[in-house]
Each structure stands twice: as structure tokens, then as C-alpha cells.
Write a protein that binds this ligand. Structure first.
Ligand SMILES: [Zn+2]
Length: 218
């Protein structure tokens, strides 16, 4: 493992965790955030720690094949979910998992959010599916998330929260904000007759745009 890359990933995870905390996407707990170091290692937030007591060097380096970790702090219990996404989605370099209020509201109703907002389609890749319910921190939850994320950058997790992944942690963080906003818009639109979906033709246009953007590796 390249130690310089690991240090950069720790700094990025810590900074994004602070940003997430101040954005209000988490309340009481951190949710969890990770960044890929390479094909074998990732950095993830530690389990159940108050942000005031942390620093970049306490972000946990985890071997994604064995889930063994370095240092004295245990990684988030969702480490297996993050590891399985990195192993199955080679383009993904950052993951954000939250229990944000509007996303969780829709996740408790287990309703897939259809394509209703342009930024949703462009950034998340289409509808926001709901991963089947599974106990946190299990292989079943990892598989359910992977299935819901197929061809997407974001998904809800039944009765649990939301997850976003992208080519960088900064983009995954934007994705988590788009999920929360889209869930709020979806709930609000239900009060005025329900949303009108973006047509399949226009969804395809945005998907093309999305693929091109990825092709340029911005
Ligand atoms: Zn969670």
C-alpha cells in the first residue's frame, strides 16, 4: 500500500465527515464515509465516535479482502458494505452512507423514487431504488445495496437510510445531498397530486451525458 495515498485518503474522509456533520445529513451519529486507497485497501470512519475526539490519522485503514484493520479504533460496522461496493464497482472511489431524514422517510415506505428531478437523473443515474432490508453490517446488506446500486450512483436502504458512491468522495457526497433533496421533493410532490416523471427519452439523454462526463474522468 502507498502510505502517501493512504494519508491523503484519511484526510479526505475526515474532511468529508466534518462537512457531512455540518450539513445536517446526519443527526446524533456519523453515518459512515469511505475512500478507496487502491484495489485492496480503503479508509473508513471509525465506529461510534464523536467527531470532536477524532483526527485524520484516526480514520481507519481496512483491508477489503479480510476486513482486518490498522490502529486501535474499530471501523464502522458497515465496512463490509463499503468493501463489497469497491470490489464490484472498480470505477467507485468514494462512498457516503447516511440516515438522513427525508431519505429515511421514503426508505421506511420502501418506495422507489422515479426519475423526477434533472439533477437526480444526471448525478444518480435514474430512479432511486430501495435495497431490500437486511441486518446492518451483514453480507446480505452488502448484496442488497449492490443490487439497488446497479447502474446507479445512489440508493435507499429499506428502513435504514441511503447510500451513494461515485468516482470521487467529493462526488459521492454531492450524491448523498441529491438523494436527500430528491426524497424531500418526492414527499412534497405527493401532497399536490404526485410528481410527473421525466420521460424515458429524456432520462436516456441525461444518462448519455452522464456517461460522457465519466469518460472524461473529470
Ligand atoms: Zn447505517
Amino acid at each position: 500500500m502507498n502510505r502517501e495515498k493512504a494519508k491523503l485518503a484519511q484526510a479526505e474522509v475526515y474532511k468529508t465527515a466534518l462537512d457531512m456533520y455540518s450539513s445536517g445529513l446526519v443527526s446524533g451519529t456519523w453515518g459512515n464515509i469511505s475512500a478507496r486507497i487502491d484495489e485492496t485497501f480503503m479508509v473508513i470512519t471509525p465506529s461510534g465516535m464523536a467527531y470532536e475526539s477524532l483526527s485524520p490519522d484516526l480514520m481507519v485503514v481496512v483491508n477489503m479482502d479480510t476486513l482486518k484493520y490498522e490502529g486501535s479504533l474499530k471501523p464502522s460496522i458497515e465496512a463490509i458494505v463499503h468493501a463489497d461496493i469497491y470490489k464490484n464497482r472498480p470505477e467507485v472511489n468514494g462512498i457516503v452512507h447516511t440516515h438522513s431524514t427525508y431519505a429515511l422517510t421514503v426508505a421506511t415506505a420502501r418506495k422507489e423514487i422515479p426519475p423526477i428531478c434533472e439533477d437526480q437523473v444526471q448525478i444518480l443515474g435514474g430512479s432511486i431504488r430501495v435495497a431490500d432490508y437486511a441486518m446492518p453490517g451483514t453480507k446480505e446488506m452488502a448484496l442488497a445495496c449492490l443490487k439497488a446500486l446497479d447502474g446507479r450512483q445512489g440508493a435507499l436502504i429499506a428502513n435504514h437510510g441511503a447510500i451513494s458512491c461515485d468516482v470521487s468522495l467529493a462526488k459521492a457526497f454531492i450524491g448523498s445531498q441529491i438523494i436527500e433533496k430528491t426524497a424531500m421533493v418526492y414527499i412534497n410532490s405527493m401532497a399536490i397530486g404526485g410528481p410527473v416523471e421525466i420521460s424515458q427519452k429524456d432520462v436516456a439523454f441525461f444518462s448519455d451525458f452522464f456517461r460522457n462526463k465519466y469518460g472524461q474522468k473529470t
